[in-house]
Design a protein around this ligand. Structure first.
Ligand code: ADP
Ligand code: MG
Length: 189
């Protein structure tokens, strides 16, 4: 195994253990979720381009600002985008969206891949679960992405849902509770 891959695997384990242990307090900063998602899209574009996948960002007017730990949230959403790109065939698209949802503030990562089988979605939230082993192994990874993202969302009082969209494709929904909404949202600014 080449050193870069080994280092990546070691880092994944360290990131999971750190967020799972709750040892580090959340470093909360009032953040524009629109700017946050734009930055996430920019960061993911080079690797998506290498995979022949286009990343599109859908940002509406008046997006919320929220109190979040930006570094942790970026780690969580980064894992979701990684998965979306990884499972989308070349020529496909990954769409990023943020806005208000019934349960709170939602960051949504949609892909053109097979999506997660509802029968295994809960299992995949546990460390080292890979779902369809043969498919997962051919795509790399060791099953810490979703558990890490889930713990980040839970530490914000939120949730993570991975689903298969009606009509095909996958979607990951990272939900922040409404209490995280800042009084000064962009629409008011
Ligand atoms: N967007 C997605 N589309 C299809 N399957 C997915 C997606 N995201 C995650 N999975 C499934 O969940 C498994 C675990 O993903 P993840 O927790 O991110 O682990 P890893 O660290 O290996 O990437 C993958 O091997 C795959 O089976
Ligand atoms: Mg992953």
């Amino acid at each position: 195994m080449c050193p870069a891959i080994l280092l990546g695997l070691i880092n994944s384990v360290i990131h999971f253990v750190r967020v799972d242990s709750g040892a580090d307090p959340l470093h909360e900063v009032e953040t524009s979720l629109g700017d946050f998602l734009t930055d996430m899209a920019r960061a993911a574009t080079p690797s998506a381009m290498r995979a022949g996948v286009e990343i599109r960002t859908h940002l509406a007017e008046g997006l919320p600002r929220a109190r979040v730990d930006v570094r942790l949230l970026a780690e969580a959403v980064g894992k979701l985008i990684d998965n979306a790109v990884k499972f989308t065939p070349s020529g496909g698209e990954v769409r990023l969206w943020v806005g208000y949802a019934r349960e709170g503030l939602e960051i949504r990562v949609e892909d053109d891949g097979p999506g997660v089988d509802p029968a295994v979605a809960e299992q995949l939230m546990k460390p080292f679960s890979l779902g369809d082993e043969s498919y997962a192994r051919s795509h790399g990874g060791m099953g810490l992405g979703l558990p890490t993202a889930l713990r980040v969302m839970e530490r914000h009082g939120g949730r993570l849902i991975v689903e298969r969209r009606e009509g095909g494709g996958g979607v990951a929904r990272a939900i922040l509770p409404m209490e995280r909404l800042s009084p000064s949202t962009e629409s008011a600014a």
